[in-house]
Design a protein around this ligand. Structure first.
Ligand SMILES: Cc1cc2nc3c(=O)[nH]c(=O)nc-3n(C[C@H](O)[C@H](O)[C@H](O)COP(=O)(O)OP(=O)(O)OC[C@H]3O[C@@H](n4cnc5c(N)ncnc54)[C@H](O)[C@@H]3O)c2cc1C
Length: 364
């Protein structure tokens, strides 16, 4: 029998899904296999519906509910939750485009989990920004654009029918200010997806390059642009938002849970446990205050604190589990590797700078 759809973060079916994801998490960490079963479960439990409006078959959860969902799922399986954020990033950009025909074609199928779409936009935001020549270029041609180059980081690319990606419009082989956002069908001639990268964590996310060699992309696939700074406005905005912090805080919660279980028979853990629990509670409250717009704390300040707690709490869990935690298959070691991801994932420069200062032991 198909499981009940999760209709709110308080729905007991969410705890049921998380229990299943928790059980499956060690397997994909060791094998590096794409989490097919986990993503199918997400579809059955209606997770993909949370992020889309009813007109597309979605439940349109508000930001607070969506963040609560991400928090719970990240505590169960960071890899699955991370893939979900990238899929949702693609859905969100398709949903906020003005390309109605493309929305009709893709969004109902994305809400039901019949399609998988992902994003490859970091080369317009946090990756390859120091290079003079854009890594993905678009040349206007009759009926559309010819794209050339590559998108360096695309999660689940080989499993996606569509990659939401951006390219810089070229004029006389020189980059212009204008950029374009498209839903690139991965079946188009000239699109190729090499073997995904071997990562130090989240290898099962099958993240890697998408190569785009002289690909004709018809106007029908354009989501936005050409406009200057397509990622800084409307459809593009919202990279590295509080969802990223929610995933980091969800991971910290699992790590602190391990210390709590051990503390019931090891009094020496009480003091660090209490400190981490207090910090977790404060950060949890801050996360929702940021989501509700009730605080002056910026998304970047929240992210820096979330990164810090994820790194410290997972290492505290490893120290608690001792050598046993250093064995392959133990969650503490996996969590430590997963926490490192937050130092590099969708990390705006001020967050990188703040994390580096903390690591260097200096106040900013
Ligand atoms: C596992 C994983 C999954 C990801 N998934 C996605 C995804 O699905 N979609 C997506 O859009 N993005 C994704 N990203 C991208 C991510 O959000 C960041 O954009 C990415 O981590 C930035 O790293 P980079 O090495 O490309 O940065 P870059 O800034 O390009 O740095 C690359 C190298 O260039 C050099 N360098 C950096 N800055 C300078 C400088 N100022 N001057 C000279 N040299 C410099 C350094 O040697 C550095 O190692 C993912 C990243 C990872 C690691």
């Amino acid at each position: 029998m198909a499981p009940a759809k999760i209709t709110s973060p308080q729905d007991p079916a969410l705890a049921e899904l998380c229990a299943e994801l928790t059980q499956l998490a060690p397997k994909i960490d060791v094998s590096g296999h794409w989490p097919t079963e986990q993503l199918e479960l997400c579809g059955q439990y209606g997770v993909y519906e949370w992020f889309l409006e009813p007109q597309w078959g979605g439940q349109d959860w508000d930001s607070e509910a969506a963040v609560a969902g991400y928090l719970a799922m990240a505590g169960a399986c960071v890899t699955t939750t991370f893939i979900l954020t990238q899929r949702t990033g693609a859905c969100r950009r398709i949903a906020s485009s003005t390309n109605r025909a493309l929305q009709d074609l893709l969004l109902p199928n994305l809400a039901q989990g019949n399609l998988f779409a992902t994003v490859g936009i970091s080369h317009l935001t946090t990756s390859r920004q120091h290079l003079a020549r854009p890594v993905l270029r678009a040349e206007p041609v009759a009926g559309g654009f010819r794209l050339d180059g590559f998108s360096p980081w695309v999660t689940g690319a080989a499993h996606a029918q569509y990659v939401v990606t951006g390219a810089t419009v070229m004029h006389a082989d020189k980059p212009t200010e204008e950029q374009l956002l498209v839903a690139l069908p991965t079946r188009l001639p000239g699109v190729s997806i090499p073997e995904p990268a071997q990562l130090i964590g989240l290898t099962a996310s099958h993240t890697g390059e998408v190569r785009i060699d002289g690909v004709f992309v018809a106007n029908e696939w354009v989501l936005a642009g050409p406009v200057p700074q397509v990622m800084a406005q409307g459809i593009g905005a919202g990279t590295g938002g509080y969802q990223t912090s929610a995933v980091a805080i969800g991971l910290a919660h699992s790590a602190i849970g391990l210390i709590q279980r051990e503390a019931s028979r090891r009094a020496a853990l009480d003091v660090p446990l209490e400190a981490l629990q207090n910090e977790y509670r404060q950060l949890y409250d801050l996360l929702f205050a940021v989501v509700r717009g009730e605080t002056g704390c910026s998304g970047e300040q929240l992210r820096q604190q979330a990164n810090s707690l994820a790194l410290r709490s997972t290492q505290a869990a490893l120290a608690t589990a001792k050598g046993t935690g250093y064995l392959q298959g133990h969650p503490a070691g996996r969590w430590c590797r997963e926490a490192l991801f937050f130092l590099v994932w969708s990390c705006p420069q001020p967050v990188v700078a703040a994390n580096l200062c903390e690591l260097a032991g200096i106040a900013e």
